[in-house]
Design a protein around this ligand. Structure first.
Ligand SMILES: Cc1cc2nc3c(=O)[nH]c(=O)nc-3n(C[C@H](O)[C@H](O)[C@H](O)COP(=O)(O)OP(=O)(O)OC[C@H]3O[C@@H](n4cnc5c(N)ncnc54)[C@H](O)[C@@H]3O)c2cc1C
Length: 411
C-alpha cells in the first residue's frame, strides 16, 4: 500500500508541504486538513491591502481549488483535528465531525494564535485580534464606522493596522508597554524611526503605556483606561501583542515542545521521526543563531521549512539553511529584514532615517548577521545575498555610504 501523509493545518506551511511533496514526486496520498472554512490563503495582506480595500478575499487564495484536484491533494476545510494517536504501525486523526483519518506520516503545520489580553473589559464588543480571515472580516465590518482606533501593541501587525487606519483618516493611538516599538525584532534606531514616522503621519504613539482596563457602555468598547486614570476613546481596539505557537497536538503525541512550540531538528523532524513540523508553530535550530533555537514567524520560514519537511518525508537528508527574510509595509514605508539579529553586539547605520531611506546592519563578533532596510531595497538585497553566500561585509567598509554594498558582495 502506498504511504499516506496527513498534514494538519492548511495555512502557508501546510499548503507548501503538500505542493512540495507532489513537486518532488511523492506518489502516495496527501491530505491537507484545516479548521478554517476555506482553503489556504495569504495572511500578510490581512493587515495591509485587504484592510485598506485594495485586495479582496479571492485574490488572497494561495492556489485555486482546481490546482489541488489536478495535483491529487485532498483538502478538507472547516474541520479541526481534535485528537491524534499512533496505533502500532499507523496513526489516526480524529476531527471535530468525528471523521477518522488514517496516516503513515504526519506533518504538523498548525501555526500560531494571538496572545490574548485578559483584563477588565477584554470581552467587550470591539476588542479585536487579527490572525485569520474571519478576524479580518470582523475588523473590516466595523472599519468604516470607526473614528477612533486604538492599537494595543507596537509590533508589526499593530503598526500596519495603525498605518491603514491613519491613511483612512481615523484618529489612531498606539499603546506599547515597552520603551520602544517592534523591540523584539529591530534595533533601537529602527524602532525610533518608526515611532517618529508614525507620529509624523498623525498617529499618537505612547511608549511605556500601562493599561488598567477597557471601558465600555455595557456591551461595546468605548475606550482604554491607562494607569493613572486617563481614558483614550476607542471605537475599535486592535490587540496585537504577539502570538503563541499551536502545539496542542504535539503535546498530545508526547513530542518535545517548549512553551507550546514544537521542537524540530535541522531536517524539520520532531522528536518522533515519523512526524515533521514547519512554520510558526516550530522552534528550530538555525545556522545563523549559532547554538540557539528560534521561532520565526514569517512567510519565508513557513515556505522554506515546509519544502525541507517534504524532502525529509521522502527520505532526504537536507538541512535547513535558508536565510530568513521578512517584510512589513506601513504606509509608504517598506521595511525589509534579512538574517536574524539575535545576539548582535554592533550595528552600522547607512543613510539617514530622517530621509525615510536607510539601513541598519547587525554584527555579532565582527560578522554580519542581519539587516533592516527601510525603503532601501539595494542594501537589503546585497546583504541577503551575502548571507546566502555565507559571506560577511566588514563593518568599516559597510559604513562608507559612498560605496554600494553590492560591490562588496561576491557573485
Ligand atoms: C495579519 C498578519 C500579517 C502578517 N504579515 C506578514 C508579513 O508582512 N510578512 C511575513 O513574512 N509574515 C507575515 N505574517 C506572518 C505569516 O503570515 C505567518 O508566519 C505564516 O502564515 C505562518 O504559516 P503557518 O503555516 O505556520 O501558519 P498559518 O498560516 O497560521 O496556518 C496554520 C493553520 O493551521 C490551522 N490549524 C491549527 N490547528 C489545527 C487543527 N488542530 N486542526 C485543523 N487546522 C488547524 C489554523 O487554523 C491555520 O489555518 C503575518 C501574519 C498575520 C496574521
Amino acid at each position: 500500500m502506498s504511504e499516506r501523509v496527513l498534514i494538519i493545518g492548511a495555512g502557508q506551511a501546510g499548503m507548501q508541504l503538500a505542493v512540495s511533496l507532489r513537486e518532488d514526486g511523492f506518489t502516495g496520498s496527501v491530505t491537507l486538513i484545516g479548521e478554517e472554512p476555506h482553503g489556504p490563503y495569504q495572511r500578510p495582506p490581512l493587515s495591509k491591502a485587504f484592510l485598506s480595500g485594495e485586495s479582496d478575499e479571492e485574490s488572497l487564495e494561495l492556489r485555486s481549488p482546481a490546482f489541488y484536484v489536478e495535483n491529487n491533494i485532498v483538502v478538507i476545510s472547516d474541520e479541526q483535528v481534535v485528537e491524534v494517536r499512533w496505533d502500532a504501525a499507523h496513526g489516526t486523526a480524529v476531527t471535530s465531525t468525528g471523521r477518522l483519518i488514517p496516516f503513515d506520516k504526519l506533518a504538523l503545520t498548525t501555526g500560531s494564535s494571538p496572545r490574548r489580553l485578559s483584563i477588565e473589559g477584554s470581552e467587550l464588543d470591539g476588542v479585536l485580534y487579527l490572525r485569520d480571515m474571519a478576524d479580518a472580516k470582523n475588523l473590516k465590518r466595523r472599519w468604516d464606522k470607526a473614528e477612533h482606533v486604538v492599537v494595543v501593541g507596537g509590533g508589526f501587525i499593530g503598526l500596519e493596522v495603525a498605518a491603514v487606519a491613519r491613511k483612512a483618516g481615523k484618529t489612531v493611538t498606539v499603546l506599547e508597554a515597552a520603551d520602544r516599538l517592534i523591540a523584539r525584532a529591530v534595533s533601537e534606531t529602527t524602532s525610533e524611526f518608526y515611532r517618529a514616522a508614525h507620529e509624523r503621519r498623525g498617529t499618537r504613539v505612547r511608549l511605556g503605556a500601562s493599561i488598567s482596563r477597557f471601558v465600555g457602555d455595557g456591551t461595546k468598547v468605548t475606550g482604554v483606561e491607562l494607569d493613572g486614570g486617563e481614558v483614550i476613546p476607542a471605537d475599535i481596539i486592535m490587540v496585537g501583542i504577539g502570538v503563541i505557537a499551536r502545539g496542542e497536538l504535539a503535546t498530545q503525541l508526547g513530542l518535545e515542545t517548549v512553551n507550546g512550540a514544537i521542537v524540530v531538528d535541522s531536517h524539520a523532524r520532531t522528536s518522533d521521526p515519523r512526524v515533521v513540523a514547519a512554520g510558526d508553530a516550530v522552534l528550530l535550530p538555525h545556522p545563523l543563531t549559532g547554538d540557539g533555537q528560534v521561532r520565526v514567524e514569517s512567510v519565508q520560514n513557513a515556505v522554506d521549512q515546509a519544502k525541507l519537511a517534504a524532502k525529509t518525508i521522502m527520505g532526504g537528508a537536507d538541512e535547513y539553511r535558508a536565510v530568513p527574510w521578512f517584510w512589513s509595509d506601513q504606509a509608504d514605508l517598506k521595511l525589509q529584514i534579512a538574517g536574524l539579529s539575535n545576539g548582535y553586539d554592533a550595528t552600522v547605520l547607512r543613510g539617514n532615517p530622517d530621509d525615510e531611506k536607510f539601513s541598519v546592519l547587525y554584527y555579532r563578533a565582527g560578522r554580519l548577521i542581519a539587516i533592516d532596510s527601510v525603503n532601501d531595497v539595494l542594501d537589503y538585497m546585497a546583504v541577503r545575498k551575502a548571507l546566502g553566500n555565507g559571506q560577511t561585509i566588514p563593518a568599516d567598509q559597510a559604513s562608507d555610504t559612498s560605496v554600494a554594498l553590492k560591490t562588496l558582495v561576491q557573485d
